[in-house]
Design a binder for this molecule. Structure first.
Ligand SMILES: [Zn+2]
Length: 276
């Protein structure tokens, strides 16, 4: 009888040990699966960042090429004017008598002065055009933060503050008090200024660079659809509309209709917009 009880106890202990090992194995497999999933998400994020960097570089190269084409065109104009100027110089010594008799010398001097003025004007225009093209290019790409306030959540995987589950965050959050002013981060046109589901009150801007920016959970909207805005214009105020756990501005940058990481654009600065 005693032997039977002892045997059963041993069997029970072995069974418990076996089940414990099984559970530990299961837990380890789950942990490995979680690590692999996290690894995949990080790889996707890294790939997206690399693609964004390549796209921004390509855009900058295109704009620079156009700018140089414009500069070269004006340089050709200047060369043509310079040739004209050179051609007009030998006329005076070749025809001294004619120039002295008919006032030709005076006429040549006037031509020379006019040509010089033309050269100066062309050079001024060239400088102005180069500067304008550069300013236009810089102002059409989002740069800086949309509002004053601390960035409390970045682009990427995070635990959702309301749902409490892991969710990909499509933008950056700037926590700030109610009614803090929100500014356009680049020149553009208002695509929408209304309510958009969980985003609450939203302003979306289309920029000449092809990028779009979106400002969500706003309290008040200060612009209307179709309106043109300049970088630094006041477009909305910070609120907590839609799905939000507190007052903040959720800021997104879109390319080809997809959200991309706004972080590289936040770090960029543009001359004359230090107030942002
Ligand atoms: Zn957000």
């Amino acid at each position: 009888m005693y032997a039977t009880i002892k045997f059963r106890t041993r069997c029970l202990v072995l069974l418990v040990l076996f089940v414990s090992m099984l559970l530990m194995e299961l837990q380890q497999q789950q942990t490995i699966a979680r690590f692999e999933e996290r690894n995949q998400q990080l790889e996707i994020s890294l790939r997206q960042q690399r693609e964004q960097f390549q796209e921004v570089s390509r855009l900058a190269e295109d704009q620079t090429r156009e700018l140089w084409a414009e500069v070269e065109r004006h340089q050709l104009d200047l060369v043509a004017v310079g040739r004209l100027l050179e051609q007009s110089r030998p006329l005076a010594p070749r025809r001294p008598l004619l120039a002295a008799r008919s006032g030709r010398r005076q006429h040549l001097r006037q031509s020379f002065v006019e040509l010089r003025r033309l050269v100066d004007r062309q050079q001024g225009e060239l400088g102005r055009l180069s500067q304008a093209a550069q300013d236009l290019f810089q102002r059409s790409i989002p740069s800086g933060s949309p509002c004053a306030g601390e960035m409390t959540s970045g682009f990427g995987c995070r635990v959702h503050p309301i749902y409490g589950i892991g969710k990909f965050h499509q933008g950056c959050d700037f926590t700030a008090p109610y009614s803090t002013k929100i500014f356009a981060t680049a020149d553009g046109v208002v695509l929408r200024s209304d309510w958009l589901g969980g985003y609450g009150q939203v302003v979306e801007l289309q920029h000449p660079s092809g990028l779009c920016t979106l400002y969500a959970h706003c309290e008040q909207l200060k612009v209307t659809k179709g309106q043109k805005v300049r970088k630094g214009d006041w477009i909305a105020t910070v609120g907590q509309t839609g799905l939000a756990s507190g007052p903040h501005c959720h800021y997104e940058v879109h390319r080809d209709g997809k959200q991309i990481d706004p972080t590289p654009f936040l770090a960029a600065t543009v001359r004359g917009t230090a107030s942002l």
